[in-house]
Design a protein around this ligand. Structure first.
Ligand SMILES: O=C(O)C1=C[C@@H](OP(=O)(O)O)[C@@H](O)[C@H](O)C1
Ligand SMILES: C=C(OP(=O)(O)O)C(=O)O
Length: 440
């Protein structure tokens, strides 16, 4: 797909699609609840649809309406899943694979799960190890620490797990398995990752406590089906936040964005870089805060992004790197080695693609230094003086790279071609339509 530079300021309002993490969890926890769960503003991305298909295969009736953004889950209780008659396909979704494994470890039936080419390369030992410690029978079929995974019934016992990584998927997997264990289960992480599982389990009636970076669950909760509205995904809003900041004289309003403090690292970084974002209409539902975010073009400078900030902006690092490329001075990213284990090696591909667009980048083992070119950006959206060069970008079918470089193309001095651009379907099916709407 071909992208052209912005020829005028971006203006408009985006109804940000539902949060991917929360959409997955609503289907999973709703399936294990007693009675119906009605989910509004569900994200109809391919990843969340994979989660729905997996639960349908285990006997849960799930109805989709309103262009798949309204979901009715007929929950069957904590022990109401039935044995799937074929392998569970998690598609491209790490969240589906890791969270569902925790649930499957507690079932009285055997199951196997797999996913696409990218999922087959992603590390699963990070969940196999703690689940095995709980007594689960889980193994990687090819003994390479990846899917396909085989899970057989077993007796689980609660553990206190010290996770070596700040990963919400690992934490959630262990907590979900903890619902079926004997005794309490707790997970301590090196830094706090997104806490949607803890908040949602609590909202459905489970006893889950959080103290610092430790979350603890009491087993055998009775979960009650409920109505919930999924906040807009800050990871999707991120592309338009950055576009609005980058293109001179732009002003964009992003509606009903989730601003949970375990997800809002990008807003902290933008503030640190000198960006203007105004919060309006602040609301909160079951512990999940939301706001309308108004973003304006700003003259940005480089910053340092490291430590406990990393897990709270992990999926936004590709677009933050693009933003940094258009800022004045250097931006340093450290402690982000986790980015190598996503849908692609995002650290390598961010650096490679920014360089293809004329930005000088010094890659490191756990991050990079980006030498921003803001000083070359003349302060008008005209093609002359743009900080980046148009280039051919290989997304490696990674949705976050495709979207990040579609935004980079706005600040480039010629056409940019993005390969496999349709992969945005994973987390933001209407991304290109929404992007286009800001230039009309
Ligand atoms: O729990 C979740 O919903 C997610 C956790 C993060 O992964 P890790 O747990 O691997 O950090 C994130 O990158 C992913 O997009 C969604
Ligand atoms: C890493 C991501 O998702 P997942 O781990 O669920 O595949 C992502 O959406 O950027």
């Amino acid at each position: 797909m071909i992208f052209t530079p912005a020829s005028k300021p971006l203006h408009g309002t985006i109804n940000v699609p539902g949060d991917k993490s929360i959409s997955h969890r609503a289907v999973m926890i709703g399936s294990l609840a007693e009675g119906d769960t009605e989910i509004s503003h569900f994200l109809p991305g391919a990843d969340c649809l994979s989660t729905i298909e997996c639960f349908r295969k285990m006997g849960i009736q799930i109805e989709l309406t309103e262009n798949n953004t309204h979901v009715l889950v007929h929950g069957r209780g904590l022990h109401g899943l039935s044995a799937p008659d074929s392998v569970l396909d998690c598609g491209n979704s790490g969240t589906t694979t890791r969270l569902i494994s925790g649930i499957l470890a507690g079932q009285k039936f055997s199951s196997s799960l797999t996913g696409d080419e990218s999922i087959q390369k992603r590390p699963m030992n990070r969940i196999i190890l703690p689940l095995s410690e709980m007594g689960a029978e889980i193994r990687s079929e090819n003994e390479n620490g990846c899917v396909p995974l085989q899970i057989s019934p077993s007796h689980l016992k609660g553990i206190c797990y010290q996770s070596p990584v700040a990963s919400a998927q690992v934490k959630s997997c262990v907590l979900l398995a903890g619902m079926y264990a004997e005794g309490k289960t707790s997970v301590t992480e090196p830094a706090l990752s997104r806490n949607h599982t803890e908040l949602m389990l609590r909202g459905f009636g489970a006893e889950v406590t959080s103290e610092g970076t430790t979350a603890t669950i009491t087993p055998e909760p009775v979960l009650h089906g409920r109505k919930l509205t999924v906040p807009g995904d800050i990871s999707s809003a991120a592309y338009f936040l950055c576009a609005g900041l980058m293109v001179p004289d732009s002003e964009v309003l992003l509606k009903h964005v989730g601003t949970n403090p375990t997800r809002d690292g990008i807003l902290r970084v933008i503030q640190d870089m000198g960006g203007s974002v105004t919060y309006r209409r602040l609301l909160s539902d079951a512990g999940e805060p939301t706001a309308d975010l108004e973003v304006r073009y700003s003259r940005l400078h480089g910053t340092v992004i490291e430590g406990s900030l990393i897990p709270i902006l992990i999926d936004e690092l590709p677009i933050i790197a693009v933003l940094a490329a258009t800022a004045e001075g250097d931006t340093v990213i450290r402690d982000a080695q986790e980015l190598r284990y996503k849908e692609s090696d995002r650290l390598a591909l961010i650096a490679e693609n920014l360089e293809a667009m004329g930005i000088s980048v010094d890659p490191t083992e756990d991050g990079m230094v980006i030498h921003g070119r803001r000083n070359l950006y003349g302060g008008t959206p005209a093609a002359e003086g743009k900080p980046l060069h148009g280039a051919v970008i290989d997304s490696h079918k990674d949705h976050r790279l495709a979207m990040s470089f579609a935004i980079a193309a706005l600040a480039a001095d010629g056409e940019t071609e993005i390969r496999d651009a349709e992969c945005v379907n994973i987390s933001y099916p209407d991304f290109y339509r929404d992007l286009q709407s800001l230039s009309e």
